[in-house]
Design a binder for this molecule. Structure first.
Ligand code: MG
Length: 361
């Protein structure tokens, strides 16, 4: 696999965590926008505020939601100096997920994350295993795995990226549609840092799924249930990539519909969703974030990226955290109005964590 650019720097790590947090806070808007089913209404309210450029994101008006709190938990475990084996790392992650549930007041945590994180037993051997969950396909694992893509960003770290994204994902979402969302987010972040051509990310991800499948089979837990439920995620990604004309790695052009405005996007996001809310599942949260990056790829496209990934009628904080993180991993803070991130809740914490992760790689 050819890597076009390896000019990574600490700013891209910091911006990935921080702009992910911004995407979450903007998409959430204290619940008003996360739970608003109309992108048109959100954009009308946004215009009243003077557009995203005028928004000063701070704790009082624009707190971060569960997504960022869990993203920080993942980053804290990875940045901890006291683990050496993956098993030790998983116990750390389990401990952080359990602990961070104390910081969920006013942050609209998902029911699956809450129930399973509280059931984890970090100190017990295998205390991070939870039962297979036939309805565990939500986006709660996809929304928090950005730090895994930062930490294991190099192509030769793919095996660890697969293992850690899947194991941390299935601590709360033990269903392929759920934990493959964690895998997808982490992998897209690694591609962003590697400088892979954006239009190839999706197909490269699709081609990595057999490796993820092998990992799950080799681990030997709930294999029959996992294999029976495996194909949905794979099929949804294939359908999406085909619809954009980028299933073929050599295709030169991303095909968007002629008219693809706010309403058309809401409709499309609903169509690719599992049950009517775009971005609420493990497959479509990263798809929508990727779709937004494909449509707004440059360092001059922050406003457009926000429109596509944070201000729609679906699960807009989870698609927002992934899209914001991808933007940061590619461009750093270039093109982002300072007011959007300077006073973000937990910004210092994320900045320190990103620096620690960067130092550790
Ligand atoms: Mg949230």
């Amino acid at each position: 696999m050819a890597v076009a650019s390896v000019l990574i720097n600490v700013e891209r790590f910091v911006a990935s965590l921080v702009l992910g947090g911004v995407g979450d806070a903007l998409g959430y808007k204290k619940g008003d926008w996360e739970f608003c089913p109309s992108g048109t209404r959100i954009h009308e309210a946004l215009a009243q505020l003077g557009g995203v450029e005028k928004i000063v994101v701070n704790k009082k008006k624009w707190p971060v939601s569960d997504d960022t709190v869990m993203q920080i938990a993942t980053a804290e475990a990875l940045a901890d100096s006291k683990w050496t084996t993956l098993k030790e790392l998983y116990s750390k992650i389990a401990g952080k997920y359990k602990d961070c549930m104390k910081d969920m007041s006013g942050r609209a945590p998902g029911l699956t994350c809450q129930a399973f994180a509280r059931s984890l037993k970090p100190a017990a051997p295998d205390g991070y295993f939870v039962p297979f969950n036939p309805i565990g396909g939500g986006c709660g694992a996809a929304m928090r795995s950005v730090p895994i893509g930062l930490y294991y960003w190099k192509p030769d770290q793919l095996d660890d990226l697969i293992a850690v994204s899947i194991e941390s994902g299935r601590m709360t979402h033990n269903h392929p549609t759920g934990y493959l969302g964690s895998f997808a987010t982490a992998l897209l972040v690694s591609y962003a840092l590697q400088g892979q051509p954006i239009k190839q990310w999706g197909r490269l991800l699709y081609d990595t799924l057999p490796k993820a499948k092998e990992y799950v089979k080799n681990e030997g837990r709930d294999v029959k249930e996992n294999m029976e439920a495996w194909s949905y995620f794979e099929d949804q990604w294939k359908n999406y990539l085909t619809s954009r004309g980028i299933f073929d790695l050599d295709s030169c052009e991303v095909k968007f519909p002629d008219k693809y405005g706010i309403e058309e996007r809401d409709k499309f996001y609903r169509e690719i969703s599992f049950s009517g809310t775009g971005g609420a599942s493990g497959h479509d949260a990263p798809i929508i974030a990727y779709d937004a990056i494909l449509g707004a790829p440059g360092a001059d496209s922050w406003v457009e990226l926000c429109s596509r990934s944070m201000f729609h009628g679906g699960d807009s904080d989870s698609t927002g955290i992934i899209a914001g993180a991808l933007y940061g991993a590619m461009h750093g803070f270039k093109g982002v109005p300072e007011g959007n991130y300077k006073s973000l809740e937990y910004r210092d914490r994320m900045e320190k964590l990103a620096k620690k992760l960067y130092k550790k790689i």
